[in-house]
Structures are given as C-alpha cells and as structure tokens.
Design a protein around this ligand. Structure first.
Ligand code: HEM
Length: 182
C-alpha cells in the first residue's frame, strides 16, 4: 500500500528485481542506460544499479470530483497476477509548461488533449500509478507506471500514440519508454 504524498518509491535498474527490462526506447531526449532488471523499492532505498529514479505518489492536481469518482470506480489495483507486462515511462515537461497557470495547464491537459476522458476507456485493462518527482530535484518531473496483461499491450500502445499526438505532449521535452515483464 503506497500512502499518497508520504512514501517515496525508487525504481532501480540493475541486476536484480522482479521485472525483466525488455527494451528501453528514447521517445524525446536521451535514453537511459541499458540494464537487465528493474526493482521497485519502497519507501527509501539506496541505489547501486545502472540508474535509479525516485518519485512520490502525491495528490492529484487536475482531477475534478466527477472524474475522481469515475477513476476510483474503474481503476484496477497494481499487482494483478495476469498483468505480467509493465511500462515505466519517466517524463519531463518544458519550462514553458511550468510557467503556465494551473487553469491554463488544466485546459491543455483535459479540454484540449482529453487526457482523462480519452484514457479512461482503457480502464480497467491498464493499471496505473503516477509519481511526482520534480519537487525532489529529480531529472524527470513524473514517473508513470503501468501494468497490463499481454493481450492488452497493443491497446496500451494505441493509447500512447494518441497521447503523444496530443497538445499536452508538445510540452514534453524528455520521455523514455521502459518496457518490462515478469
Ligand atoms: C491508462 C489510462 C490512463 C489514465 C486513466 C490516466 C489518467 C491520468 C490522470 C487522472 C492524471 C491527472 C492526475 C492529476 O490530477 O494530477 C494523469 C496525469 C498524467 N498522466 Fe495519465 N492516464 C493514463 C495513461 C497515461 C499514459 C499512457 C501516460 C504516458 C506515459 C500518462 C502520463 C501522465 C502524466 C505525465 C501525467 C502528469 C501530467 C501533469 O501533471 O502535468 N498517462 N493521468
């Protein structure tokens, strides 16, 4: 159980961990170094791997009450036995994004890009967790984590293609797609 805002989670890539790293793709900006396995440490872990990224499952910023109800109703838990594939996608957004006001960011995120409305269709096939990393001084602003069964991998790729073509993604200046399986 991850307590929002309390427990830092560290994704450590190295030689140990429950997840095998199948491929690492740089979407925007530089890649991450190659490694064999991914370990998810919580809460605070010292890292001795190829790389490690830390985030906190903080409070949501853009979700409105009606959306929250829908998300709670549809979102599956992490750790389902059939969800043997995963993706860790660290993302950084540009200075331009962070200089916008909250209402301007919400307008781009949802009114123009339909991030929540469009992605909700993929629930409960995809289990997800968002970690905030920017305020920890990390190289990425967000660590996004997804788990799904193999038969839903192509649906997940469709969702990614839609999001990456959205207005919101014009503000993404570093993104790496790390695919794992167990
Ligand atoms: C599986 C379906 C998905 C759903 C239901 C979903 C839903 C959400 C919601 C509700 C938020 C807002 C959290 C808040 O209010 O702070 C959010 C944020 C975010 N999501 Fe998704 N999402 C999904 C898939 C994805 C995918 C595939 C990516 C791509 C890697 C992604 C990347 C992000 C990022 C980076 C944020 C943070 C945006 C920001 O705060 O600027 N999401 N998502």
């Amino acid at each position: 159980m991850i307590r929002p805002g309390l427990d830092p989670v560290t994704f450590v890539a190295g030689t140990t961990g429950a997840w095998a790293i199948d491929r690492v793709t740089a979407i925007v900006g530089p890649p991450l170094p190659a490694a064999a396995r991914l370990e998810i440490h919580r809460p605070n872990a010292t890292a001795d791997g190829a790389w490690s990224l830390k985030g906190v499952a903080g409070q949501v910023r853009y979700v409105e009450a009606r959306e929250k109800g829908d998300l709670n109703a549809l979102s599956p838990p992490l750790g389902r036995t059939e969800a043997t594939q995963g993706a860790l996608i660290p993302i950084r957004k540009s200075v331009e994004w962070w200089s916008l006001a909250q209402d301007e960011r919400r307008a781009i995120f949802e009114d123009h890009s339909r991030h929540i409305a469009g992605s909700m269709k993929y629930l409960p096939r995809i289990a997800r967790r968002l970690f905030h990393a920017r305020d920890l001084g990390e190289p990425f602003d967000f660590l996004t984590w997804f788990e799904f069964a193999p038969e839903h991998a192509s649906a997940f790729d469709d969702l990614l293609a839609t999001l990456r073509a959205s207005e919101e993604w014009k503000y993404v200046d570093h993104e790496v797609d790390v695919r794992v399986s167990r």
